[in-house]
Design a protein around this ligand. Structure first.
Ligand SMILES: *Cc1c(COP(=O)(O)O)cnc(C)c1O
Length: 376
């Protein structure tokens, strides 16, 4: 916890769980990415945390932005960033949203199909398109495998289709899976990208750009390599597969930009057992899967917990949220160790919650308000 967050929480008076994000940490993360791959433009993946103060701080540092919707595009433009700093990176867009983005000045669009290329050709003539390829997500804790991207063998055809329809066939993108802990995970996708560059060159189409996507991790329970290690491994792969003709590159960190910048303060609502013989305590917090901790789905992301009684003897607990949906259990298959002295009313700090929390919070399920967010 940073001193600024500690001081903020000490004086906070409102009730209910909240996220607090320290902008200084976001700024430090941005600079680490910029230094790790100095020739690579950073496009912050807005979905990780679209708070206006975060977008503004990144705009001031010179970041560009990966947007998934016209809503996110509007948020970025509201910071004063020009549309030339926006990539419309969702491969699934309504044609009228493409048109609207194009009218706002956006010129860079993701595709992974002929059908999406045709939409863009109709309403965004001359725009640049890059084709996303499938990536298996091995080594990632939150894989994004099947939904996005086409087989690498199809990408050159998709890009050629774009070229024939008057678009600028611009490059290739992929995402190696979120919370990717293997620094070498980019190598296979970069080999595929280089093959697509060659296939297009044979057809007289010269691609310019490789979009390295996101995947850079945040420290949860275990240490993760720093941005610099990722930069070195990615640069070595670029050299290996592209030789001296390294293309323009961009990256889209989301989790790695904001994850460690924020934490959640929550309160213990109930500690109980299911029978007198059962030793397992159920600990219910005032936040759960529907209050912003959606990434505990399948117990994929395991957040570090801090209690005021750390150091006391511990025992395993099931950790659950406050809502009346029985799916609102965060950790049960692998319980969490919590102090035996933990009491109802204690405040728990959930660390590394700056990414993928606020916008995953339900609007009013069971009458609980959306997660409060403070960016300081
Ligand atoms: C979500 C997303 C990202 C960010 O991924 P992280 O793993 O959070 O860094 C980047 N690019 C695209 C296209 C995405 O959908």
């Amino acid at each position: 916890m940073t001193d600024r967050i500690r001081e903020f929480l000490r004086t906070r008076r409102e009730d209910g769980p909240c996220v607090v994000v320290d902008l200084d940490v976001v700024r430090t993360n941005y600079l680490s990415f910029a230094r790790a791959l100095p020739d690579t433009r950073v496009f912050y993946a807005v979905k990780a945390n679209p708070d206006a103060a975060i977008l503004t701080a990144l705009e001031e540092l010179g970041s560009s932005f990966d947007c998934a919707s016209t809503g996110e595009i509007d948020m970025v433009l509201a910071t004063g960033a020009g549309a030339d700093r926006i990539s419309f990176g969702n491969t699934i867009k309504k044609e009228r949203d493409i048109e609207r983005a194009f009218k706002l000045g956006v010129r860079l669009f993701a595709v992974d199909s002929y059908e999406e290329v045709e939409k863009i050709a109709r309403v965004a003539p001359g725009a640049k398109v890059f084709c996303r390829i499938l990536c298996d997500g091995a080594g990632a804790e939150w894989p994004l495998s099947r939904k996005f991207g086409c087989e690498p063998e199809m990408a050159a055809d998709v890009l050629e289709h774009a070229h024939r329809l008057g678009l600028a066939a611009y490059g290739v993108s992929f995402h190696v899976g979120s919370q990717q802990k293997n620094v070498h995970a980019w190598d296979g996708a970069l080999a595929s990208a280089a093959a697509i560059f060659r296939a297009c060159a044979e057809r007289g189409i010269s691609l310019s750009m490789v979009n390295l996507g996101g995947g850079f991790p945040t420290r949860y329970l275990q240490d993760v390599p720093g941005a610099i290690s990722y930069g070195e491994a990615i640069f070595a792969s670029l050299r290996r597969h592209f030789g001296n003709a390294i293309p323009e590159t961009i990256m889209e960190p989301g989790r790695g930009m904001v994850g460690n910048a924020g934490l959640i303060e929550t309160e213990v609502v109930l500690i109980s057992k299911k029978s007198e013989q059962d030793a397992m305590r159920w600990v219910y917090l005032d936040i759960g899967k529907f209050g912003g901790l959606a990434e505990t789905m399948d117990e994929a992301i395991r957040y570090p917990l801090r209690t005021p009684r750390d150091g006391d003897d511990t025992a395993p607990c099931v950790l659950a949220g406050p809502t009346c949906d029985s799916a609102d259990v965060m950790y049960e298959k692998t319980p969490v160790e919590l102090p035996l002295s933990l009491s109802i009313g204690d405040k728990i700090i959930i660390e590394a919650c700056g990414a993928y929390t606020t916008t995953y919070s339900a609007v009013a399920f069971n009458g609980f308000p959306p997660l409060k967010s403070y960016v300081i």
